[in-house]
Design a protein around this ligand. Structure first.
Ligand code: MG
Length: 448
């Protein structure tokens, strides 16, 4: 039954009514409830129009195997992760397809530690998914409660970040435009900004799930925010994805400075206050290495996926980390990507440096990405990946996740797709031309 669903480390996703239906969500939730020993499960969802129907299916699945359900309502993903810990729950589920368009929905799985399932736990859960569900007896089915204060607690936790000088931020009376694409962010971002003394201009802040533009916070989707920042003479613009774990920043000039800068600016702010190694993924910018060098710390790189980053940050007691897709992880709040914490951190940086976003942007070393894909036949893919191993013998090689070759101020990362017969090539260097050339050269070497 579950083969059609697209599975990932953190859960399942699909297009509603096609490969993702309430029926499958119900089965999946029952399996997860049993996996979590029929304990207490926190459930939250983003604002998608299909969220409510999937929610009822998920709750039905959990109750039928004897779980106690705590309903959070519409909330950001990082809020659900926090609420699992706050409620001393055994696990959590988020109903969200993150940055995917409105026809998509998905389920993400959280463990009792308030983090997504570690890869080994995820594997264990998925391997039992085909097992027959043993429902609870009539007198053992579960019950449901609600907890509608999770957003307030999340805001309080951010305001309590010890190095954040709230008075300084409030004194600046920042003028801020925020675009939450009518996702869950509308329920939390304007509230936080008001607590930080900002004058807030909201666009797309109704949590209706009717996404006003493609919800991925990439430059090509943020023209409305960019124009509004200029028209409103704002100090900064913030865009988040529907489940509020990715943050993109627009400068006071209306320039979309790119998601990659979000993490780099956070590193700049946090490292002088709290020294320690940075953790990020293998595909995020090497500007992190320059920033780390400036503060005498190291960068540790993990496979792509926030759980890999969060897990290593936890074990290293790292003060800041995340992913280049606008995913800032601030351990004072939780070891998960959190755009709301990210916003507070960026305002902290603005208030303490007395600089504009465009000036801060110019202080970050400039590198340029390129990416290409090589479509191959399924029969050839492993042979080509094997050949990739022996390319560039003069460069440093990292095989943690695919193959990454690292040179002086450039790198080439070769990964095979988990779902299609495609090999992806990512590069970063000191110019776009060079990065594109590195992609082409690599494809040429692989494709002989
Ligand atoms: Mg997301």
């Amino acid at each position: 039954m579950m083969q059609k669903l697209m599975m990932s480390v953190s859960g399942v996703r699909g297009i509603f009514g096609e490969n993702f239906t309430p029926f499958e969500a119900l089965h999946f939730a029952s399996s997860f409830g049993i996996f979590q020993k029929r304990g207490t499960i926190v459930v939250g969802r983003d604002s998608r129009t299909t969220g409510e129907t999937i929610f009822h299916a998920v709750v039905s699945g959990l109750l039928s195997v004897g779980c106690k359900v705590i309903d959070l309502g519409i909330v950001p993903t990082p809020t659900v992760l926090l609420a699992v810990k706050d409620n001393n729950a055994d696990a959590g589920m988020v109903i969200t397809a993150s940055h995917n368009p409105a026809q998509w929905n998905a389920l993400k799985l959280i463990d009792g530690n308030g983090l997504f399932l570690y890869p080994e736990r995820s594997k264990e859960f998925f391997s039992g998914l085909e097992r027959k569900i043993v429902y609870s007896a009539w007198d053992k089915v579960g019950s449901i409660e609600s907890d509608y204060n999770a957003i307030s607690r999340h805001i309080q936790k951010i305001l309590a970040i010890p190095y954040l000088d709230l008075e300084k931020i409030i004194r600046h009376k920042f003028r801020v435009v925020v675009d939450t694409v009518n996702g869950a962010g509308g329920l939390i971002v304007p509230r936080l900004l008001k607590k930080l003394g900002c004058e807030v201009v909201t666009i797309n802040c109704e949590p209706t799930g009717k996404f006003s533009h493609n919800p991925e916070p990439l430059a090509q989707n943020l023209s409305e925010l960019s124009s509004a920042v200029k028209a409103e003479s704002a100090d900064v613009g913030f865009a988040v994805d529907p489940d509020v774990d990715r943050l993109a920043i627009v400068s006071e000039k209306g320039e979309i400075i790119g998601e990659e800068l979000s993490l780099l600016l956070a590193e700049k702010y946090i490292l002088p206050k709290k020294k320690g190694d940075i953790v990020t993924n293998l595909s995020s910018s090497m500007a992190s290495d320059d920033i780390a060098a400036e503060f005498g710390v190291k960068v540790h790189r993990t496979p792509v996926g926030e759980i890999n980053v969060g897990k290593l940050m936890k074990s290293l007691n790292s003060p800041v980390g995340g992913e280049g897709n606008g995913g800032i992880i601030c351990p004072e709040v939780n070891f998960t990507r959190d755009a709301i914490s990210g916003i507070a951190i960026i305002l902290g940086l603005l208030s303490e440096t007395d600089k504009k976003i465009s000036e801060l942007q110019n202080e970050i070393p400039k590198y340029y990405f390129a990416k290409e894909k090589l479509v191959v036949s399924s029969a050839d893919i492993d042979r080509i990946m094997l050949r990739a191993q022996s390319l560039y013998p003069e460069l440093k090689k990292d095989t943690t996740d695919g193959i990454k070759f690292v040179g002086d101020k450039f790198w080439i990362h070769i990964r095979k797709s988990g779902t299609e017969p495609i090999i992806r090539i990512y590069t970063e260097s000191t110019s776009t031309e060079r990065s594109e050339l590195l992609c082409k050269e690599t494809i040429g070497l692989l494709n002989v």
